[in-house]
Design a protein around this ligand. Structure first.
Ligand code: EPU
Length: 388
């Protein structure tokens, strides 16, 4: 068990690089140690913040008055593999997400290729049902083993029990309750059911299909899909740090972010028709229709709902790429916190930002989008000790 210096700050532990000191910070290296640390904190009434890669987290400048805990394990085990049903794989929560995706593509396990380059850990993936480029982790999840802080026992959820939706799950729903800012159920490991093939699932995202020279609905070699997604993410400044490599020449402030800062608003059809300009993007919303005996999660398009683009609304409300609250110098905002210069959905730290700077920018954007379109934006990251 590794206890780090008391002076560890949340700025050092998060990709947005803001946030004050952690009262205590611990990295555990076995499941037993991880559970013991959670139980000890709960027994003592110590606030608990379990973190993964710190890529979806914004903590206040005052810091965190409790234990910040990280599962330092990595790796996975192959539970079973056969030509018909594919591979069943269980991955420990602390494993880096993209490292597992890279290995899955190399093994010809299908279904994770479009989720390449997402920062963070495997344990965090089901909490907000991570998704990108037409795929969601719910497509290939089979079960999640957790530590239940209320009942103090290991509890396993089959995919159909997890209430998975667009950037949400049962795990995330228990985050705002008495257990805050960590869910009641803390992920220990995640199991996937993955088919084996050389080609991807049918492509669902127009931008990705275009980059691959294919149509939506067609398939492409797994490795090509992964490379194309990494290219798209790099162009948007939304790549996991280790994929970018050891280029430390100039800090890439567009990547000092928490990814998408807001979720894409989901509106009832009638509201969408009333509020959205004709040119606004409209995406289908997939609703859960159940999980079969195989554990494979099934969704279908809900015709009563429309998802639009938060990035589009932000940009058309006047917050263009690189926008900051302070004035311009040489065409660029001199604010410590600005929108990414590559994507209006990422709030970024230009080097000296505080959590308060991020909050002020987020508030201005929410207010501006509300005033222009009558639509409320919801923050996507876990906000600790602060509100927008
Ligand atoms: N757009 C703008 N300005 C921009 C960027 C985008 O107007 O600066 C508009 C364009 O119309 C574009 C549309 O927004 O077509 C959608 O942009 P993009 O394809 O980049 O996707 P997104 O909806 O902004 C979502 C996810 C991302 C995921 C991408 C790709 C959410 C909140 N975000 O972003 O996930 O990588 O799709 O699938 O659902 C994350 O959750 O942290 C995340 C990065």
């Amino acid at each position: 068990m590794t206890a780090l210096a008391e002076s560890t700050t949340l700025a050092e532990l998060t990709t947005l690089r803001v946030g004050g000191p952690a009262a205590a910070y611990l990295v555990t290296t076995t499941e037993a140690e991880f559970i013991a640390a959670i139980t000890q904190a709960d027994d003592d009434g110590t606030p608990l913040l379990v973190i993964g890669g710190g890529s979806n987290l914004v903590v206040a400048d005052a810091g965190f008055p409790g234990l910040v805990l990280r599962d330092g394990r990595s790796g996975w085990i192959l539970d079973s593999a056969d030509a018909c049903s594919g591979a069943s794989v269980t991955v420990v929560a602390g494993q880096d997400w993209d490292g597992f995706v890279a290995a899955a593509v190399a093994e010809r396990w299908v279904g994770l290729e479009a989720l390449a380059g997402i920062p963070g850990t495997v344990g965090a993936a089901p909490v907000q049902n991570i998704g990108a480029y037409g795929a969601e982790v719910s497509d290939v999840l089979s079960k999640v083993r957790t530590w239940d802080r209320q009942e103090r026992r290991v509890r396993t959820f089959a995919v159909g029990e997890l209430a998975l939706g667009y950037r949400t799950s049962l795990l995330k729903q228990t985050l705002g309750q008495a257990w805050s800012p960590t869910p009641r159920y803390v992920v220990l490991d995640v199991s996937f059911q993955l088919r084996r093939a050389d080609v991807s699932r049918p492509l669902r995202y127009a931008e990705l299909a275009r980059r691959l020279g294919r149509e939506v609905g067609q398939r492409a070699p797994l490795g090509e899909v992964r490379e194309a997604v990494l290219g798209l993410r790099a162009a948007k400044g939304m790549l996991a740090e280790h994929v970018v490599g050891g280029n430390t020449a100039a800090p890439e402030h567009d990547r000092w972010s928490a990814g998408s800062f807001f979720t894409n608003p989901v509106l009832p059809l009638e509201r969408a028709e009333r509020l959205l300009p004709a040119a606004a993007p409209r995406y289908p919303v997939r609703a859960v229709i159940g999980a079969g005996m195989s554990g494979i999660y099934r969704t279908e398009v809900d015709p009563a709902l429309v998802k639009t683009s938060a990035a589009w609304l932000i940009e058309r409300a006047g917050f263009t790429k690189g926008y900051g609250l302070d004035g311009l110098a040489g065409g660029q905002s001199c604010s410590p916190a600005t929108l990414s210069t590559r994507h209006t959905l990422a709030l970024t730290n230009r080097g000296g930002a505080t959590a308060a700077d991020i909050v002020s920018l987020a508030r201005a954007i929410c207010d501006g989008v509300q005033a222009k379109f009558g639509i409320e934006l919801e923050p996507e990251p876990n906000l600790v000790g602060l509100t927008i």
